[in-house]
Write a protein that binds this ligand. Structure first.
Ligand SMILES: Cc1ncc(COP(=O)(O)O)c(C=O)c1O
Length: 389
């Protein structure tokens, strides 16, 4: 039981995880009650304490992804901001970028804006099972290709893309690799060195179990990205130029100290549980969902075939019913929170052939139980019987 648990069967963890561990809620409250000063902005004790909370979370994040130095970890307010910072700080007119056909709008929309100012964008097609031909990346590389940016795992159907293989191609051609790890982080180990990742963007509030208002951008040492925002950093204040040192260059203005304190606490929680154990638990729930849904007539399941690893995301439709209708009934009649529709990823639904209908997405998280899944499968069987049969 968690402080935040409210009786709802919450299966929308791919959007943001809920509930958060008790220790996270307490860390946010303790920060606001006892360490509520502005970090790096004063030399008094409380400002220093707040600064230490942020430094600790930064260090834990560097350890989590095997970054060389905590100063390469930049705090943002969500994954979208991290992605925007990276794409807009890196790409200019004439640069070529390769991406996939299943990106979240957090990547697809900034790329569209950049395209209008002269960046050239090519998309590698990913099929309905999440399969991609790795040679397609290589075939698209040109002399002006600056970046390959790929989603780590689809937020629509959980398919995991072959990061290591794409990383090898990027390295071979001297092209940068960026990964949107929104649906991987906290579920699978990510080693930026091992995977050849130059830029990694992820949220603190999904699989890492931290508070909303937290996001992270890792930038490989030595890689020069322009900052999006200039302002007070608590450093080099005599100069009108933005400091060039990290993380100050990318973190102007007052940070979300309570959120980052909560994220630090969430990382300690996850360290104790281990990402492997957390993943084993959610993978078990995903298997239950897939097995159960496959045995109900009238259900179409999307995504990788049974037995293939996926992020904890399961998408389905009921024949003859709109996904929004199913989501509404699950919520209002059964107290089950799902996410119907297009999941901020029109491109992905276009690739998967579900743009018209959308899908109902169920995303189990660390605090779900097998009973939650049984209740959900029972509810879906009843909906099929009552509304379709
Ligand atoms: C694959 C993917 N990328 C990016 C995002 C955006 O994350 P945030 O809401 O933290 O900006 C999401 C959120 O659902 C996502 O699933």
């Amino acid at each position: 039981m968690s402080l935040g648990s409210n009786g709802l069967v919450y299966l929308d963890n791919a959007s943001t995880s809920y509930p958060k561990p008790d220790t996270v809620i307490k860390a946010v409250a303790t920060c606001m009650l006892e360490k509520g000063a502005n970090p790096g902005r004063g030399s008094h004790r409380m400002a220093n304490d707040a600064g230490r909370l942020i430094a600790e979370a930064r260090g834990l994040l560097a350890g989590l992804i095997n970054a060389e130095s905590p100063s390469d970890i930049i705090f943002t307010y969500n994954c979208t901001e991290a992605i925007n910072l990276a794409l807009k700080g890196l790409l200019g007119a004439g640069d070529h970028v390769i991406t996939t056909s299943i990106e979240h709008n957090a990547v697809a929309r900034p790329l569209k804006v950049l395209e209008r100012s002269g960046v050239i964008v090519d998309k590698v097609y990913v099929d309905a099972q999440g399969k991609v031909n790795i040679n397609d990346f290589e075939a698209l590389i040109k002399p002006n290709t600056r970046l390959i940016t790929i989603i780590g795992a689809s937020n629509v159907n959980g398919a995991i893309l072959p990061l290591k293989e794409v990383g090898e191609i990027a390295k071979r051609y001297g092209v940068l690799l960026m990964v949107d790890a929104a649906q991987l982080i906290g579920h699978y180990g990510i080693d930026v060195h091992g995977f050849g990742i130059d830029i990694l963007a992820f949220p603190g509030h999904k699989g890492l179990l931290g508070p909303q208002g937290t996001g992270v951008l890792y930038i490989r040492p030595g890689l020069d990205l322009a900052e999006m925002v200039q302002g007070g950093t608590g450093s080099n204040s005599e100069s009108l130029d933005q400091p060039s040192i990290r993380p100050d260059r990318y973190e102007s203005g007052t940070p979300n100290t309570p959120g980052i304190a909560g994220l630090g606490s969430a990382l300690k929680f996850l360290q104790e549980v281990t990402v492997e154990q957390a993943s084993r638990k959610t993978q078990g729930l995903v298997r239950m969902l897939i097995d159960g849904l496959s045995s109900i007539d009238g259900i179409t399941l999307y995504g990788p075939p049974k037995g293939v690893d996926r992020a904890p995301v399961v998408s389905f439709n009921i024949a003859g019913m709109a996904s929004n209708e199913v989501g509404y009934i699950l919520d209002h009649q059964f107290g089950i929170a799902s996410r119907p529709g297009l999941h901020c990823a029109g491109d992905a639904h276009r690739s998967f052939g579900t743009l018209e209908s959308g899908t109902v997405r169920l995303s189990p998280g660390f605090f779900n139980s097998p009973e939650d899944i049984e209740k959900t499968l029972e509810a879906i069987s009843i909906i099929v019987r009552e509304y379709v049969g």
